[in-house]
Ligand binder design. Structure first.
Ligand code: ZN
Length: 218
């Protein structure tokens, strides 16, 4: 599996005093917050004020921020009406959950180098914002693997997500900017203003849209 921001590393020893993420798009409570390998959440163990489970498109243990949840439910409904079955397989992940996920990958790969390619360090995962989620197709085809890009679910979602304020966060060919190889299943709620403006401008990454530095590594 290509690099995925879904892993967890021990907290980086960077000092919270001079955070690289200070400034624009750094408010973790804003839907347009940008989190990447150069921009940790502040505080590192940030938790959204409110989270709720999704409707029938996901299990009860999958939660998102209410604004993101509402957008996802509308998108899943619309896809269903066109015969495309979307299932949400991952949503909010806490700092502690990301710590254990990342630790798993560190153990698996014998170090941070391999782990960083497949998983975000704790405090650097979009899943910790409550705004990011992973989509699968209802028949389970290519769930969380790169061939998902060829499924109807991925094609429909990549095309229609911006109408719901949702973007494909790790598009193919932009890993030097986002820090992660293509993840055709990982989507992010940013609000319709940003999502539609990005589409109009032909911008594929939040970093480019907001004029932020590329974040290929920590
Ligand atoms: Zn994800």
């Amino acid at each position: 599996m290509p690099s995925s921001p879904d892993a967890t590393t021990p907290a980086p020893s960077t000092t919270p005093a001079a955070p690289p993420s200070a400034g624009a798009q750094a408010d973790p409570t804003a839907p347009d917050v940008v989190v990447n390998k150069q921009r940790p959440l502040l505080p590192l163990d940030f938790e959204p004020a409110e989270l709720r489970p999704l409707d029938a498109s996901a299990g009860p243990d999958i939660r998102l921020r209410p604004d993101a949840a509402e957008a996802v439910e509308k998108m899943v409904d619309a896809a269903g009406q066109e015969g495309v079955g979307l299932v949400i397989v991952s949503g909010y992940r806490s700092y502690a959950e990301q710590q254990s996920t990342y630790a798993h990958w560190v153990a698996q790969y014998g170090g941070a180098t391999g782990a960083d390619a497949v998983s975000a360090r704790p405090g650097h995962s979009e899943h910790q914002t409550g705004l990011a989620f992973d989509i699968a197709q209802d028949d389970g085809a290519c769930t969380l693997v790169s061939c998902f890009a060829q499924t109807r679910a991925a094609r429909w979602t990549a095309l229609h997500a911006p109408e719901y304020g949702i973007i494909l966060r790790y598009p193919l060919g932009f890993d030097r900017i986002t820090g992660f190889f293509a993840e055709p299943w990982h989507f992010r709620y940013v609000g319709t203003d940003v999502a539609l403006a990005m589409k109009d401008a032909g911008q594929e990454t939040l970093e480019e849209y907001f004029g932020l530095p590329a974040a290929p590594s920590y």
